[in-house]
Design a protein around this ligand. Sequence first.
Ligand code: TYD
Length: 137
Amino acid sequence: MMDSPKIMELPKFLDSRGNLSFIEQDTHIPFKIRRTYWLYDVPGGECRGGHAYRENQEFIVALSGSFDVVLDDGQNKNVFTLNRSYYGLYVPKGLWREMENFSTNSLALVLSSTVYDANDYIRDYDEFLNMKKNGEI
Ligand code: TYD
């Protein structure tokens, strides 16, 4: 596991017939992929994902369109704009994350290190800050 967020450039084959990119588990993803989900048809102005995960790590790709991923470690916030399908953002566990500024028809692909578990979510920002302060996440 890596402990900082990181934009990673994926392979791309630019071609007049259409471009192609790919992800290989062992080459590009710093965790074992146990789940894939995607966000789509996000209405303008909506914001997703106001929470942190205790354990789950993610790799997020804007397969279409663009959006911002805001990551907050309890002290600093960083905004990562994803707007090309050959970039992925690695998101370690234990960060508060929001996704916003979705463009029309954007499509966010998320690769996850855990299966869905409601108990892995921290949905209260003050609780998140407290857990950070106490070194619990
Ligand atoms: P949630 O993670 O809260 O969405 P976001 O953080 O993007 O706002 O998920 C919304 C709902 O979808 C929630 O009720 C649980 C369900 N869900 C699953 O069942 N499996 C999954 O893998 C995910 C990501 C969500």
